[in-house]
Design a protein around this ligand. Sequence first.
Ligand SMILES: [Zn+2]
Length: 150
Amino acid sequence: MKTIHSAKKAQTFKDNLQARGYKSTQQRNRIFEIFAQINHSISADEFYRQVKKRLPRIGFATVYRTLKLLERNGLASKLFLNDGLARYQPSFAKHKEAFFFCEQCSVVQKIDQKELELWFEPLVDNKKYSIRNYRLEINGLCSSCKQTLA
Ligand SMILES: [Zn+2]
């Protein structure tokens, strides 16, 4: 079932780009399929390693160009954490991600979704917003750095 779903997503990439006059190549389509299966953000390097597992002869430049093509056409969104590393994810994915980035030791921690959504309650309660997706980055000191520097 997961496969059907991502095949559909990959088709969305293809249709979108064809409508904009981009050629559809078999290699590009394979990359779309692999990207469509990603359900979290991923760096270009990580993505390249995943593609290479299935297309062993592919070069980084090809993978990167395809990623950029998706990004330019709004099919991949780019996320910057404070470590300066760009991460990508399919832009039709439901984003419900929040990260804490420690400025001292550079650790990146995913913030618990339930805990985080408690913060949203005031926004939702007064009917100001209906929240579907979010991406959030918070900087500061992690608990161990906080203790060390205290
Ligand atoms: Zn830290």
